[in-house]
Design a protein around this ligand. Structure first.
Ligand code: FEO
Length: 391
């Protein structure tokens, strides 16, 4: 039994079986679906878990409650990694009231056909469990429109939904008294970049809205429960949602036969000799896209290199640019390298992306015909020098 604070217990589960979160994002270290139960005069569960883990989840609840029935289920977020066990939990506890805002309740009906014994709450609404009182704050688009967070005022615990969450199963503990923030840093940035990255403005709004609360514990739906690292966790989410970035360069290329790759290696060496210390190079045909996005959220520089393919961008490069554009990534410095064999198109297409998304692009792009024999050393040096200066 994992007590968090006062009468609050962790009843979530680790998933080390699923390979792709949302069938998109790699989970090499697994993921946790966090759920909590408050055992007071009334018993309340906060969020559920992904459906395949329901059996373990129900066992955890029974252990924490000593077999008492669940009176309330609070639904902060409806994405099925958290809502997937709602219908099964209702079958287990038929009297259980389900608490959510108007948008949540509409989704519960839509996903699970449940339309009875529901309690609708508004922004700032409260629910007393006995000693503990819950207050609900709407946090739309962190990560879906119905998203809300729940604050337990007696224990000063914020149940924050996806906000402040991260990838990575909980290896040997639940809270950051047992697990180190630093060990989850990469997975938190990767989670943010992939899942929440599009919603920087709503995250900023939520951070401001919740800033008046005294928070001793952040209990998110993924990753460790934060107690000691709260300032670090909030600072990181604040930076990421402002699209703040450090000095460094991601160099992401497509290359069919190695010519564009060879040019990128030369550019990387020149960037380093011009003082850029942090350089991450990715071959987009084999790279893990979630790691590329993670590093794009960390570093200001993004050099993109693409062959011309069917008079378009090389497909994996186009996929990356679409993902960057979808996430409305701001404040980055782009450098473009286009290559072609008989008809140039890649560089033109990259510039179209830049114009459409108002990206800042280094003026001296490089274009290569067939191989690096067509590119002068001075051109590469000038590109790297200007890029390093503008970082
Ligand atoms: Fe972890 Fe948006 O669900």
């Amino acid at each position: 039994m994992k007590n968090i604070k006062n009468s609050i217990f962790y009843v979530g589960v680790n998933d080390r079986t699923t390979h792709l979160f949302e069938r998109l994002w790699s989970l090499r270290r697994g993921v946790s679906y966090n759920s909590y139960v408050i055992v007071d005069e009334k018993v309340a569960v906060i969020d559920t878990v992904e459906a395949s883990s329901a059996g373990t989840f129900f066992g955890n609840i029974a252990e924490a409650t000593g077999g008492r029935p669940v009176d309330y289920l609070i639904v902060n977020h409806m994405e099925p990694d958290h809502s997937g066990s709602i219908a099964m939990l209702r079958n287990r506890y038929p009297e259980m009231k389900i608490v959510g805002n108007a948008k949540t309740l509409q989704m519960i009906a839509g996903y699970y056909g449940i339309s009875d014994n529901l309690v609708e709450v508004a922004d700032g609404g409260t629910l007393s469990l006995g000693k503990e009182t819950l207050t609900f704050y709407l946090a739309p688009m962190v990560h879906w429109p119905e998203t809300m967070v729940t604050y337990a005022s007696e224990a000063k615990v914020l149940f924050s939904g996806d906000a402040f969450g991260c990838f990575g199963a909980l290896d040997g503990g639940v809270t950051d008294e047992q697990l180190r923030f630093e060990d989850y840093y990469d997975e938190m940035v990767r989670y943010y970049a992939c899942i929440v990255g599009k919603y920087g403005a709503p995250v900023q709004k939520a951070i401001q809205k919740l800033s008046a609360l005294q928070i001793d514990v952040i209990a998110a739906t993924h990753g460790p429960v934060w107690m000691n690292s709260i300032p670090k966790v909030i600072a990181l989410y604040d930076e990421l949602s402002r699209y703040a970035a450090g000095k460094g360069v991601v160099l992401a290329y497509g290359s069919m036969y190695g010519n564009t790759a060879a040019l990128c290696d030369e550019i990387a060496c020149k960037l380093r000799s011009n003082g850029v210390e942090k350089i991450k190079i990715y071959d987009l045909s084999s790279a893990d896209m979630s790691e590329v996005l993670r590093d794009i959220f960390l570093y200001r520089g993004l050099v993109v290199a693409s062959p011309t393919y069917n008079n378009e961008l090389f497909p994996p490069v186009r996929e990356l640019l679409n993902k960057v554009a979808e996430r409305t990534v701001k404040g980055r410095l782009f450098g473009f390298v286009g290559s072609f064999t008989w008809a140039s198109a890649a560089l033109k297409r990259m510039n179209e992306y830049a114009e459409k998304n108002a990206w800042e692009v280094l003026p001296c792009s490089i274009e290569m015909k067939q191989s690096a024999l067509s590119v002068r050393d001075e051109q590469i040096e000038e590109f790297a020098k200007q890029f390093a200066e503008a970082l």
